[in-house]
Ligand binder design. Structure first.
Ligand code: TXA
Ligand code: MG
Length: 355
């Protein structure tokens, strides 16, 4: 299939033409990748079972892993769900438009293909003005998972989308680099207590500020074992994963630097190509084939922004093993470490102080 590219960052006329074309494609049942403030999404008509099937096929994604339905205005929520609990109204007032997805009981309007066979549906009203303009141009809600091949890190730049889906979908909209860099926070509002299913830029502290106490799906921080059943089906897959083996290294900063350099030297002696994911504070202290700086330790939003591109860059540099600094789990750091844990399969090396 030939993929059309549309530019959203050029002239106004060019943007409008690209959006109009993309809207037509979505209405006709085709697939369009587009920027959102979190990551690029792979969009299709959320009310069409056939479009959902196409999305699963293009991504190579299991069809029991439901899609997020994107809307452009709060009023568009009503026909998609059986009820709007008070908690949803409060969260929408606080964080929509924005990087927050709510799980609600789905209405008949949403095909089971879109919701992966579940009787609930994930809904998000994105902040990115290009994303909302696309939904308006389509005239239908837009189902969109992240626009990556299943199992690869989510795309934060248009070239990542082209790498994974070029030739497999109808159109790719180029809106430049995304703002957040990690997928939206997912909150399940179908139980008695709101539950965090996936951490993101809307932090637990922010959610609790609006809702009071929330629950945490146990899969968020622990390695997945066969007896655990994540409520977000997508959380069961080894996601965000680079091709190399990856290890997280924690401890005091001096000890972490020593440990990573020692491991890197051993791996190199073994003939392996070594990558290191470093904080800006420590990056100069490392020696390896690829040392990529994620940002300052004290700025988790910066690390969130750079993480997925860095994981892809490690693939491009064909490293065999990656050692990554572990970061604090406060604020957006929880989302950062959730993705890094998945990328590393929860493999940790603990750096010991020298006696
Ligand atoms: O930031 C984002 O959320 C991006 C952009 C494009 O909006 N989208 C995204 O979609 O990350 P995706 O498909 O890569 O991740 C959606 C996650 C999956 O883990 C899926 O299992 C979960 O949401 N999910 C979707 N519907 C659900 C439902 N009804 N109940 C529980 N989890 C659900
Ligand atoms: Mg995804």
């Amino acid at each position: 299939m030939e993929t059309i590219y549309g530019l959203l960052t050029g002239s106004r006329a060019e943007r409008e033409e690209a959006l109009a074309r993309a809207g037509e494609i979505l209405r006709a049942g085709g697939l369009v990748a587009f920027p959102t403030e979190t990551v690029y999404g792979l969009g299709g008509n959320a009310l069409s079972a056939a479009a959902a099937e196409k999305i699963y096929a293009a991504k190579g994604r299991p069809s029991d892993n439901p899609l997020i339905v994107h809307i452009a205005r709060f009023e568009e929520l009503k026909p998609l769900v059986r009820e709007i609990p008070e908690s949803a109204g409060k969260l929408a007032a606080a964080f929509w438009p924005g990087p927050l997805t709510m799980i609600l009981p789905k209405s008949e309007a949403v095909p089971r293909e879109t919701s992966g066979g579940l009787d609930t549906v994930a809904i998000r009203l994105p902040l990115d003005s290009n994303a909302r303009a696309l939904i308006r141009a389509a005239g239908v809600p837009v189902a969109a998972p992240s626009a990556n091949t299943s199992g690869r890190p989510s795309p934060t730049e248009v070239r990542h989308v082209a790498e994974d889906l070029g030739g497999k979908i109808d159109m790719i909209l180029d809106g430049g680099a995304v703002a957040v860099g990690l997928e939206s926070t997912i909150v399940d509002l179908t139980g008695s207590v709101p539950a965090l299913l996936r951490p993101g830029a809307i932090t637990p502290e922010m959610l609790e500020g609006v809702l009071g106490k929330i629950e945490f799906d146990p899969v968020l921080t622990k390695p997945l074992t066969p007896d655990m059943h994540p409520k977000a089906p997508g959380m069961k897959y080894r996601h965000y994963a680079p091709r190399a083996e990856m290890y997280l290294v924690d401890g005091t900063q001096a000890a972490v630097i020593r440990k990573i350099n020692a491991c890197a030297a051993l791996a190199k002696a073994d003939g392996k190509k070594v990558g290191i994911l470093a904080s800006a504070e420590n990056a100069d202290a490392y020696c390896a084939d690829a040392v990529l700086c994620l940002g300052e330790r004290v700025k988790p939003a910066e690390i969130a922004h750079n993480l997925f591109a860095a994981l892809r860059e490690m693939d491009a540099r064909a490293v065999d093993v990656i050692y990554a600094e572990a970061f604090p789990e406060s604020g957006v750091g929880l989302a950062v470490m959730n993705r890094m844990n998945k990328a590393a399969g929860h493999h940790y090396l603990h750096a010991e102080e020298e006696k």
